[in-house]
Design a protein around this ligand. Structure first.
Ligand SMILES: Cc1cc2nc3c(=O)[nH]c(=O)nc-3n(C[C@H](O)[C@H](O)[C@H](O)COP(=O)(O)OP(=O)(O)OC[C@H]3O[C@@H](n4cnc5c(N)ncnc54)[C@H](O)[C@@H]3O)c2cc1C
Length: 378
């Protein structure tokens, strides 16, 4: 039976849910607070589990075609020595990097043009046994059978319904940027992450001869002196790291940089409340250490559609969705948190032992983890 589904938030989670639910024949509207597609952010990596989840909708092929592939991540020391390779099992395919705005464009293009209503900031929800009513800042309202809360880490719906703040500051802060890859000596086509006592640095080649980089350093939360770092400050910090890190930072302008403290949210006790189901960062924002936040949002969208397809009422849909998502989300969220702590260590003693251990850990160990991480299960 066709239901009217209101999706709040037109990010990766909201757009993917619109795609999977429209395919089921649902009447779907996405309400996005921005007046037009406005993507802040740099590059993004989409892993095989997310590509598999999107396969029935012909989107994976677009991501693969427009993205830049890598067989995994190479973890290096600050001097450029390989500590380990986190490879994607070849039977699963590759990681694909692309600019966030290109991913957004792919997702929007998969939807009929009137699916997203722009300039609609959600302000309130009222629900009863029969329907849910959402109100927007311009005074308009919409009524639906179900509401999908996809309004990101600072979800206002979550705050309104659960009235509980569950943010955790990870202890480190992040800059990102995308610059031209021309004249960057030593740039490999692999995805690289460098771990040193001054911080972590990632280099991810993008299509169209661009490169996406990110830097993570330990800091107090909301430290404005650090938040205001210029490209020169970052260059100074990473000047003794291997090439092309210093060169890359010397070619970056402060204007190219985006800054953000890294926080996550403890996974909610339940991913639903009444007629509202939470997906993506609104439900379970994850630290970016495993590159899985958006990938899990995509899995959410696919699994939610599957639950709607197979269950008969919204209570069954939501309990099924919760049961299918909970274990995997908690596992990835916890593992990502631990990796962050280990990777951000500033202790010379700890990092020497850590680096030696990484070098000698059998490949089979990483492969086992990768087989489970990159497998999408319906
Ligand atoms: C540094 C960093 C690097 C990352 N790298 C990766 C990566 O490589 N791979 C990966 O898989 N994940 C990555 N992630 C995680 C990924 O970015 C997020 O998990 C993903 O963007 C979440 O998508 P979302 O749609 O749930 O939330 P969002 O992207 O936050 O989208 C929420 C949308 O809701 C809208 N909205 C908010 N409030 C309202 C309101 N009141 N009314 C209406 N609309 C509203 C917003 O404008 C926005 O469009 C990274 C995260 C960080 C911080």
């Amino acid at each position: 039976m066709s239901q009217t589904i209101l999706i709040i938030g037109g990010g990766i989670a909201g757009l993917c849910a619109a795609i999977t639910l429209q395919e089921l024949g649902m009447k779907v509207k996405v309400y996005e607070k921005n007046n037009e597609p406005t993507i802040t952010g740099a590059g993004i990596i989409i892993a095989p589990n997310a590509l598999e989840a999107l396969k029935p909708y012909n989107i994976s092929d677009d991501i693969i075609r427009q993205g830049n592939p890598s067989d995994g991540f190479h973890i290096l020391s600050d001097r450029g020595r390989t500590l380990t390779q986190l490879s994607v099992p070849s039977e699963y395919g590759s990681l694909h990097s692309l600019h966030r705005k290109d991913l957004h464009h792919i997702l929007l293009s998969a939807l009929p043009p009137d699916t997203v209503e722009w300039g609609k900031r959600f302000v309130r929800i009222d629900q009863n046994d029969n329907h849910a009513r959402v109100s927007f800042n311009d005074g308009s309202q919409a009524v639906g059978d179900l509401v999908v809360a996809a309004d990101g880490i600072h979800s206002y719906i979550r705050t309104q319904l659960l009235q509980k703040d569950t943010y955790r500051y990870a202890g480190y802060t992040c800059w990102r940027g995308v610059i031209s890859a021309e004249d960057l000596p030593g740039l490999s086509d692999r995805f690289i992450e460098t771990w040193g006592t001054k911080g972590r640095f990632g280099i991810v080649p993008l299509p169209k001869n661009k490169v996406y980089w990110y830097a993570l350093i330990n800091a107090r939360q909301s430290d404005t002196s650090i938040a205001n770092y210029s490209a020169k400050d970052l260059h100074r910090l990473f000047q003794n790291y291997h090439d092309p890190i210093p060169t890359l930072l010397s070619k970056t302008t402060t204007h190219d940089m985006i800054h953000r403290d890294i926080i996550d949210i403890e996974p909610m006790e339940r991913f639903y409340s009444g007629r509202v189901v939470f997906i993506g960062d609104a439900a379970h924002a994850i630290t970016p250490n495993m590159g899985q936040g958006a990938c899990q949002a995509i899995e959410d969208a696919r699994i939610l559609a599957e639950c709607i397809r197979t269950q008969s009422n919204h209570r069954e849909v939501f309990t099924d969705y919760d049961a299918r998502r909970r274990k995997r989300i908690i596992q990835i969220s916890n593992q990502s948190w631990k990796i962050g702590k280990m990777a951000q260590s500033e202790s010379f003693l700890f990092t020497s032992v850590r680096d030696r251990l990484m070098k000698h850990t059998p490949k089979m160990f990483y492969r086992k983890q990768a087989l489970s991480l990159y497998k999408f299960q319906l």
